[in-house]
Write a protein that binds this ligand. Structure first.
Ligand code: FNR
Length: 366
């Protein structure tokens, strides 16, 4: 059967295939969906002004992040609970990433354990995303395990110490964690298991609630970030900020990079879109550290625009979840292959041979 090409088709096919609960969970935004819409419209605020006659016979999509070579300028965003859309879960997404040399960021709330995911990826580039738990020993354990399993950077997500107001999920009474998803890293963790009165096998519900409570780290501050910093030698990125002041504070407290993100519009409603937030963050960071962006990346044009504006790299979220839903690992591979091909064409047809050469002179603000 023919697989989809456009994001809209992937989404439509996934909608047909998935139950209302899982589809709504992936698709939904917070509140009225304004932030999600702002992410999308942010890209429409720019047009590419192509250059011609510039010899684009050799083309290079490669970038370097913390000394790590990536063959494409985008990563797969950390997304938890992949098993809600396909039983192969994170293993399918991670294998696809490894086969196509696309850097992969594993979510803290993956259904499959980080060690299992690492094993199917071989030496392929992978980072680990942390929802910093309240318990510092648990935090230390997650960090140590990630380091040991060959993850080469830590992404600390700070926009989700509480879950956003998601109307679709509330209507569907759907929380994937309570249905057996997303607990791979917690239930396999010796520190976490010691924290429980009963093993997760004997009392699953209590264990899930305990794990979620660890993640609801509303006391997290810049001081706590310093503690994360002290506990790992890996490069540290802060994900989930849009305010320029926060970007500065992140670097001051030990982050090596920032990811301009609003969690795909799933957390704060009525918020600034990530492309709208990017210029000020870049101005404030002033080249001192890599600045990544996610939210609303759907096509090659979006990637070119974000890089031209000054992002070091971008992350792609929902597109790979829909592809995973429709056709498992091969769906994700097909989607990624097409995104790579489209990005390379966009690069060339806009008159550039390397993503490293892109700058804002390529763009016109509408
Ligand atoms: C997410 N995102 C996310 N982020 C994170 O740091 N840890 C996580 O576990 C998750 N889980 C998650 C689940 C689902 C279903 C979605 C859609 C998103 C946010 C993700 O990393 C990224 O910021 C957005 O998905 C980017 O926006 P787009 O590409 O989906 O528009």
């Amino acid at each position: 059967p023919l697989l989809p090409l456009s994001f809209d088709e992937w989404e439509a096919e996934a909608r047909k295939k998935l139950g209302a609960g899982p589809f709504g969970y992936v698709h939904g935004g917070a509140g009225g969906g304004e932030t999600m819409e702002a992410n999308l419209s942010g890209f429409r605020q720019y047009q590419i002004r192509p250059r011609v006659c510039s010899n684009v016979s050799k083309r290079d999509l490669g970038i370097v992040l913390f000394g790590q070579q990536a063959s494409v300028p985008f990563l797969m965003a950390p997304i938890g609970v992949n098993s809600i859309v396909h039983p192969v879960g994170e293993l399918g997404a991670a294998r696809a990433a490894a086969n196509l040399n696309v850097p992969y960021v594993l979510s803290n709330v993956s259904t499959h354990r980080m060690e299992e995911v690492a094993e199917v990826m071989g030496h392929a580039m992978r980072w680990f995303q942390l929802y910093p738990p309240k318990n510092e020993e648990l935090m230390q354990s997650f960090l140590q395990r990630a380091e040991k399993a060959g993850f080469t950077a830590i992404v600390v997500t700070v926009d989700s110490t509480l879950l956003g107001w998601r109307i679709t999920d509330l209507k569907n009474r759907y929380l994937p964690f309570l249905e057996g998803h997303g607990m791979g890293n917690y239930f396999s963790d010796p520190v976490f298991r010691d924290m429980l009165k009963q093993s997760p096998e004997d009392n699953r519900r209590d264990a899930v609630l305990r794990a979620l409570d660890e993640g609801n780290n509303t006391c997290f501050t810049w001081k706590t970030l310093t503690k994360v910093r002290e506990r790992t030698k890996l490069p540290l990125l802060l994900k989930g900020l849009t305010h320029p002041e926060d970007a500065l504070l992140a670097l001051e407290h030990g982050a090596d990079g920032v990811i301009v993100s609003n969690h795909g519009g799933r957390q704060l409603d009525g918020a600034i879109g990530t492309m709208e937030a990017l210029p000020e963050v870049l101005k404030t960071v002033n080249g001192k550290a890599p600045v990544l962006l996610d939210g609303g990346i759907r096509r090659g044009a979006d990637i070119i625009k974000a890089l031209a504006l000054g992002a070091t790299a971008v992350q792609v979220g929902r597109p790979y979840m829909y592809a995973l839903a429709v056709a498992g690992q091969s769906g994700v591979e097909y989607m990624l292959q097409n995104l790579i091909a489209e990005t390379e064409l966009q690069l060339a047809i806009s008159g550039n041979s390397s993503v490293k050469d892109l700058d804002c002179s390529l763009l016109r603000q509408v």
